[in-house]
Write a new protein. Sequence first.
Length: 239
Amino acid sequence: MSVAQIFDQTSFGSVKVISLSRNGGLSNAPFNSLNLADYVGDEAAAVRANLALVTELAGASGIAVMSATHGNKVNVVSSLGLAPSGDGLVTRESNLGLLALTADCVGFALTDSVSGVIAVGHAGWRGVLANVMQSVVDTFVLSGGKLAQTKAVIGPAICGSCYEVPSDRVSQFSEHPAAILDETHLDLRSGVRSVLTKQIDSIYEFPGCTQESENLFSYRKASGQPTGRGGLVIAISAS
């Protein structure tokens, strides 16, 4: 029997936030084994089974899965399954998990457990440039979240030292200088953090570089070969 493995986790009252390991699922190589994406070439039955494992792990009755586009669109959702295209999800539904799929990009989550609002976001380099972080915060607030009592979580991602990019890409980040490590490296987690810390006092970060850790999926580490997607899941339990 497979048991989905946790890379890291934290909780705030009835809210769980879990960073998922790549291990403990039912997918075969090269997606081994807790692949949660249905668009990378994995068997559909394995992905469905893995999502069911993660739903149970999060203590939810269903899970809404982000369909990322590397932009800043945010969707308010109330039902399980593949969400409309966008890079943020917000809900007030108890027992509905929200899943941001990642393989090097930054997954982040917000929770106001008092008001019962949760959110997840997905930020790659394009998302940081588009400030998807602020879009998620804005929709979270419009949905009833109060920033004074909000907790944020930033998941594992490729670290700045490993994320080498062309210098002309780095130059695009003049309005997001926190994301610039040097002239050829970007630190996406710092870019996400810099926006969240201006508005949210309590931020928890899961350590870990996706390229360096054998327990996390990494698009870069796969070097163009097929690989799975892990991610960050948040759920608020009604029990």
